[in-house]
Design a protein around this ligand. Structure first.
Ligand code: ZN
Length: 468
């Protein structure tokens, strides 16, 4: 028994200890089949694209950094970028086509490189290609921007024309939806993207403000594409903005953190740690978008030069009004605006505020923030604050307009009667729906149905209630 065990053991040991030639054999096999990427070769992970009115951005996601070079294409309008990588098991490139780009292809060559070919719709369109390093869990990216300079100039002229034609009485508000394109901003507890939520709220705010007499509102970005922070500030200046409001949504590692907050620029930088961290996070957008940041002396020079004290005081007043208004519909994190070194608030003579409308990392707030009805309420609350700041009357809400959409095609005569209000009541602080109902000799139920009120406790001072 013993000797049998010993011979088994010897056999096993011999098998586990390969001779010199066996080692070479294994090594050869290993090198032959070891994937190129495991030795530092880049793999193409995917391709994505975003279109703005004057620029298209195509992003190739890569597993490793690559060196790339532009090679000449067959046609004048063709841009070819070559880099050493493996095009492994990638989803077929979906058709990329917009007002600037006619098509994009990716193909492997026999010498282990990948060719990125892009056909411009017009050879005069400019292009830039650059590499972005791995950041925030995102892969290395080869970014190709195609720009239509004449469309860009035309849009710029249009913005400047607004400034000339607005006259003394009209006020221009520029609304900035944070992030966009490949920069999603905060990602919610259940995966909601900040960039989508804030664009929806910004559009709602624009609509509300444009219904207010004497106010014209414009958006920095109108779709899902990236804009550098400086571009956003530039746009506000071109419009001759009287006020700039940048909309964001927050996130925190603690899912119970909640509430809206407002930020204004500080002269000396961040006034507290939370504000500083947040400013770093929002400012990193510039890096994410691949826009090179200039040295800080630029910021400092502007800060020193501008008539900044007045602007900051105005911004603080605006921030306070926005918070006061938001407080009537949701929690606020801080009762007054915080100050920090946000680049997007840098326009020297435009009162500017950055509003964080709530925490996407809080499941309850996330659910509300992506709800169109709540988005409309946020927009209305901010519109009222903006109009108060500008000394204008805010257009009145939302509720009646929404009810038009929700109305069934044929109304019974009773409903028709109920839905044509004779008068309005402006809600006073602390006033309840039942108090209003008894004032006008009607019922809470009728008021709720007429005004589409789901939560009577959410009445806010200044809100107009239709009275049957
Ligand atoms: Zn943000």
């Amino acid at each position: 028994m013993d000797s049998m065990w010993a011979s088994w053991k010897r056999a096993l040991q011999a098998a586990a200890r390969p001779s010199g030639w066996a080692w070479c054999f294994f090594l050869g096999i290993f090198l032959l089949f070891w994937p190129q990427w495991a030795m530092g070769e880049a793999r193409v992970l995917g391709i994505r694209t975003w279109s703005s009115p004057s620029c298209t951005r195509v992003v190739v996601d890569l597993s490793e950094e690559v060196t790339f070079k532009e090679v000449s294409g067959h046609r004048e309008a063709e841009l070819v970028v070559e880099f050493k990588a493996v095009l492994a098991r990638m989803e077929p490139v979906k058709k990329i086509q917009d007002s600037l780009v006619a098509g994009v292809t990716l193909s492997s060559t026999t010498n282990g490189t990948v060719l990125f070919k892009l056909s411009k719709k017009n050879p005069s369109f400019r292009h830039t290609a650059f590499l972005l390093p791995r950041v925030d869990g995102r892969p290395v990216r080869l970014v190709v921007d195609i720009e239509n300079p004449s469309a860009g100039r035309m849009l710029q002229e249009k913005r400047k024309a607004i400034q000339t034609e607005k006259g003394a009485k009209a006020k221009v508000v520029v609304i900035d939806a944070g992030h966009g394109g490949e920069d999603p901003g905060a990602v919610g507890f259940r995966g909601t993207y900040e960039k989508h939520v804030v664009l929806a709220i910004a559009k709602g705010l624009q609509e509300r403000l444009n219904q207010s007499k004497g106010v014209r509102a414009f958006l920095t970005r109108t779709g899902d594409y990236f804009l550098g922070l400086r571009q956003r500030v530039e746009m506000a200046k071109e419009y001759g903005a009287d006020l700039f409001i940048s909309i964001h949504a927050d996130s925190s590692p603690n899912s119970s953190t909640r509430g809206a907050s407002a930020y204004c620029l500080s002269l000396t930088g961040a006034t507290d740690e939370a504000a500083r961290i947040l400013a770093e996070k929002e400012n990193s957008s510039d890096l994410i978008g691949g826009v090179k940041l200039s040295a800080d002396h630029d910021l400092n020079t502007i800060l020193v030069d501008m008539v900044q004290t007045q602007t900051i005081n105005d911004s603080l007043r605006l921030g306070g009004l926005v918070l006061g208004s938001l407080q009537t519909i949701e929690d606020v994190k801080f009762p007054s605006p915080k100050q920090a070194g946000f680049r997007v608030l840098k326009a020297p003579d435009v009162p500017s505020v950055l509003v964080e409308v709530g925490f996407l990392s809080n499941p309850e707030e996330e659910a509300r923030l992506k709800n169109p009805t709540f988005q409309a309420r946020l927009a209305q609350a901010m519109a009222e604050a903006v109009c108060r700041f500008l000394g204008m009357d805010a257009a009145q809400p939302v509720l009646v307009k929404e009810s038009v959409k929700e109305q069934p095609k044929s109304l019974s005569s009773k409903e028709s009667r109920v839905r044509s209000p004779k008068k309005e009541h402006v809600v006073q602080p602390g006033q309840t729906l039942s108090a209003i109902a008894s004032m006008y000799n009607t019922s809470v139920r009728e008021l709720k149905s007429l005004n589409h009120i789901q939560e009577p406790s959410m009445l806010r001072p200044g809100q107009r209630i239709a009275i049957p």
